[in-house]
Design a protein around this ligand. Structure first.
Ligand SMILES: Cc1ncc(COP(=O)(O)O)c(C=O)c1O
Length: 409
């Protein structure tokens, strides 16, 4: 036996990791993947990425770049060619003119956020995050030494932040407000009209910056008109970071390209952070992203139609289950359904469904369907389904959920 293996590890994690746990999403999907490996019939509805492949012209552009020798470090926060493509995208899609030094490119939107928080937060600085929220926001704020301030958004208000709640949450320590539309996990999106009162509150607090995550911009349904805050209120432009990326719109999650647009002083500070972490985003992925942003865009609408059919399938099926209700999301590829009507019931093996975590665990073990409890996103009792999977699998999953719910007493 290896004696060394039994010795306690001298490893001691940094204090900054103390506020960060293993995400509930990873726990659920990890257990589900293990059950699958053991031969169980499990449907995992946890994916945060499109099930489509990256379009061929984008792959071709990457292959060409590789062959042509684009295999070296690029400019720190993005090649001039990609920055030009991003500026053209903001003009085309959002009617916004940004200068080259107002654009940053990173290894995913996640790194853009990370750079921004690392570049701006001092210990004790507060960041307002409406819930339900993408858990990464709070964890990045915590790693950067800030304090996440979670503000619950009710389903009655469409999971959107109310201006009154925002005004109440702002203190002299508030540095940022983070908004995400369409949202992961709720799929809720803000129209121009719904953004307006939020932006009016920000206008009254000139020291609060706005980080807006538009990564699901192109995955919207029923003719919803996407709009980004700086296009509504140009007065906020000098304190807004608009974050976006190619991961979701072009099925490019593995390529790791995200970008942001904001005041040049902020962009410069973010580049300092990036310079000592990843140096620059992958040169080959940057070439692929240029093709994604400047090439034919019709693939987006085609895929959106497919997502919408799947959204309708899931929402209808969930709403026909007693004890479950599901708001119709405007975008992204998630449903965030309430299981309030099932809380307090008992499973066939005698376990009380005390909360959404127990419910999600029951669905996984008794029905072989992996969903993520709403509490993992800061709002209970809900559960998130990612419908970025085949319609056949979604139908099967919904039938299993219905049967499992019917077995609760
Ligand atoms: C709301 C939101 N923002 C950003 C990201 C990350 O995007 P990227 O792949 O560009 O890092 C995700 C991924 O799940 C997301 O859900």
């Amino acid at each position: 036996m290896n004696v060394l293996a039994k010795q306690p590890s001298p490893f001691k994690p940094a204090q900054r990791l103390s506020a960060i746990g293993v995400s509930e999403i990873l726990k659920v999907t990890g257990l589900a993947a293990q059950m699958k490996r053991e031969g169980q019939n499990v449907i995992i509805l946890g994916a945060g990425e499109p099930d489509f492949d990256t379009p061929e012209p984008i792959k071709d552009a990457a292959a060409r770049a590789m062959r042509d020798g684009a295999t070296k470090y690029t400019a720190l926060d993005g090649s001039p060619e990609l920055k030009a493509a991003i500026r053209a995208k903001f003009k085309r899609d959002n009617g916004l003119d940004f200068a080259q030094d107002e654009i940053t490119v990173s290894a995913g939107a996640k790194q853009v956020l990370f750079n921004a928080m690392m570049a701006t937060l001092d210990p004790g600085d507060e960041v307002i995050i409406p819930t339900p929220f993408w858990v990464t926001y709070a964890d990045i704020v915590a790693i950067a030494g800030g304090t996440p301030v979670l503000v619950p958004c009710s389903e009655a208000n469409g999971f959107r932040l109310s201006p009154e709640d925002l005004a109440r949450a702002i203190t002299p320590r508030t540095r940022w407000l983070m908004l995400n539309s369409p949202s992961n996990p709720s799929g809720a999106a803000y129209s121009e009209h719904q953004y307006r009162p939020i932006l009016d509150v920000l206008l009254k607090h000139p020291s609060v910056w706005l980080m807006v995550d538009d990564i699901y911009e192109h995955i919207i349904y029923d003719g919803f008109r996407f709009v980004t805050p700086v296009a509504i209120e140009p007065a906020l432009r000098n304190r807004t970071l608009t974050v976006n990326g190619v991961s979701k719109a072009y099925a490019m999650t593995g390529w790791r390209i995200g970008y942001g647009a904001g005041p040049s002083a902020l962009i410069k500070a973010m580049a300092v952070v990036q310079s000592q972490s990843t140096s620059c985003p992958s040169s080959i992925s940057q070439a692929a992203a240029i093709e994604a942003l400047t090439g034919p865009q019709d693939v987006i609408a085609d895929r959106c139609r497919s997502f919408q059919q799947r959204r309708d399938l899931v929402v209808d099926a969930l709403n026909s289950i007693e004890g479950i209700s599901c708001r119709v999301p405007e975008g992204a590829f998630y449903t965030f359904a309430s299981c309030a009507g099932l809380i307090g019931k008992t499973t066939p093996d005698g376990r009380v469904v005390e909360d959404d975590t127990v419910f999600a665990d029951y669905l996984l073990r008794a029905a072989g369907v992996a969903v993520v409890p709403g509490s993992a996103f800061g709002l209970a009792p809900y559960f998130r389904i990612s419908y970025a999977t085949s319609a056949a699998e979604l139908r099967d999953a919904c039938q299993r959920i219905a049967a499992a719910a019917a077995r609760l007493l």
